[in-house]
Design a protein around this ligand. Sequence first.
Ligand code: ADP
Ligand code: MG
Length: 715
Amino acid sequence: MPKKPAPRPDDSAGEAAASGAVATKSPAQKALEKLGLKRDIDLALHLPLRYEDETRIVKLTEVREGQQAQIEAVVTHQEVTFRPRRQLIVTVDDGSDTCTLRFFSFYGSQQKALAVGNRIRVRGEVKGGFLGRTMLHPTFRAAGGSLPTALTPIYPTVAGLPQPYLRKAVLSGLARSDLSDTFAPGDLDVLHHGIGHQPLWTLRQALHFLHHPTPDVSLDTLSDHSHPAWQRLKAEELLAQQLSQLQSRRERAALRAPMLQAVLGGTLHARLLATLPFGLTNAQQRVGEEIAHDMGRHIPMHRLLQGDVGAGKTVVAALAATTCIDAGWQCALMAPTEILAEQHFRKLLGWLEPLGITTAWLTGTQKTKERRAMLALIESGEAQLVVGTHAIIQDKVKFKNLALAIIDEQHRFGVAQRLALRNKLQHDAMEPHMLMMTATPIPRTLAMSYYADLDVSTLDELPPGRTPIVTKVVSDHRRDEVIERIRGQIAQGRQVYWVCPLIEESEALDLTNATQTHADLAEALQGATSADGQPVLIGLLHSRMHVDDKKAVMGAFTAGLMSVLVSTTVIEVGVDVPNASLMVIEHAERFGLSQLHQLRGRVGRGAAASACVLLYSTGDAPRLGEAARERLRAMAETNDGFEIARRDLEIRGPGEFLGARQSGEAMLRFADLATDTALLEWARAEAPMLLDRYPHLAHKHVARWLGGKAEYLKA
Ligand code: ADP
Ligand code: MG
């Protein structure tokens, strides 16, 4: 089981001694480390954000509004004014025109350098303006001296790390790095043909070029990363990602897991199937077989089960659990929130307890006595199924023989948490099978890249009898109509969710506070009655409530005693109340697309026709922003989770999908999955070939690109 190596306490001392430096690090050195720039190659791979052209001196009359320019000019005037605030104003003349330089903060030494009559070299963005050309806070020095021959790279940096220092560090890192090629011989040609671009550059060429590009290069090809030097780096990076995922797959294949072979006839699995009030969909059946196949082998399964909200993942999980328990092993199911864990617990209890299965329950908020009892059940093996939150992975929790670990809403968990679960069978020198579930379908390019180490099963079919959810985008001005609609649903015995954006520390943002909305709705719905003539109950649920209160509210809603549930996004994941038929999302414009889709998925889970109302408010603005309109439009246009996910990836990029799966460091820095599909395909084909035929190159490549992070990617 690969683990991140623990930092040695003497690490820094050792480094300092090795490099012969003093023991304390300068702020700039610390800043370099903060950026992850520790090795020479890390520095060499730290690429410029953009470039400045200091190679030429231009005339002011040639400069267009908004352009960066470098001029040489004579100071003709200098003054300090105090209106509207203290500032230094300097006028310069380069023979073609004049320009005003403005400084809001300045030293006496700078004033001196800008004395009237001095000839200076000035660089900055030139603004047109009513009163003539100006530059705000330009850089300047005495005129004359040689001009650089390459563009000046501007690197991503952090506070305390000035560009010149970073630039020097990068260049010396580049000079010291071993940049020998790690692609298989002949590969440059293959890649060249594969992506139909200009011949690919070597890594050495690409890096040297990107750190000092010649002034004749088109800056556009550098900024949009289409330049061959960028292509090479993207190919390198994608290959490193594929290789490390492939390595972790192969390492896993060498690990052992309990073989959970399905037992025939009269088993828990068969009995559960027989007692379910519904038949499985074809997709559920197929996915169940894929999982059973994996669990029947002695290699740990790492399977991602993706299925749109309401696709019926829970029953698939329950069936896998019975297979595991049939074989005499324990199963654990972990969910990201207590509400969700509790709901799974109840559902599974309802299905599995009648079959004689003993289930334990673990959460962080549990009373000590109850927890102790649960821990004992788990350690003795009496508990065959354990359901809970993060509490499951604590060291104190000792399983007798955990063979299957199921993680719901897997993107809510981090690497360390998955690793901790994987370690729960260490005492038997094995790992449990892992089934990770997600309701956020993962677009193909992501599945091929970040998730390449996992096998993916997809529930691409909803259970029958669902009527599609109708989604309406409605202005907040029409709130009253929405309330009438709620009244109508309640009268038919249906239930309603009303979701408000999270309160948190952002009161200043003028979000409608859930508490206020709750009070308003209660007033507006006064006198409304439910189908059986009872007065309606309106509940409130938000994340700051005590867990017992949350449970009570959720319990009343699930039991159908409560007609309307006003809540913050705590209900976002997994909550399953089939009788709920209307979802109102307030300030829908503030939610992300996937989140809206998740929320909408709380209705339409039964046979009743369901609707989702997206209430938006433009505030003081005349209309909604483009991105917000785009999201609401997508919601109204499609119920298909894959389509939503694809659009969301377009709008927001991969970060949001990955959630806690990977640390930011492991993100692709250069490649863009939306545009670099051809390179991604190449890297996928290349990785196994390189690892098989040129393992030394493969290892060198991964070490170069991922260094210490490689191990961390394997959970
Ligand atoms: P999700 O995939 O979002 O976790 P659930 O497992 O909560 O979905 O299932 C949604 C609802 O559909 C539940 O009420 C569940 O009992 C029901 N369900 C699951 N599978 C089927 C099926 N094959 N036929 C009918 N209803 C089903
Ligand atoms: Mg679910």
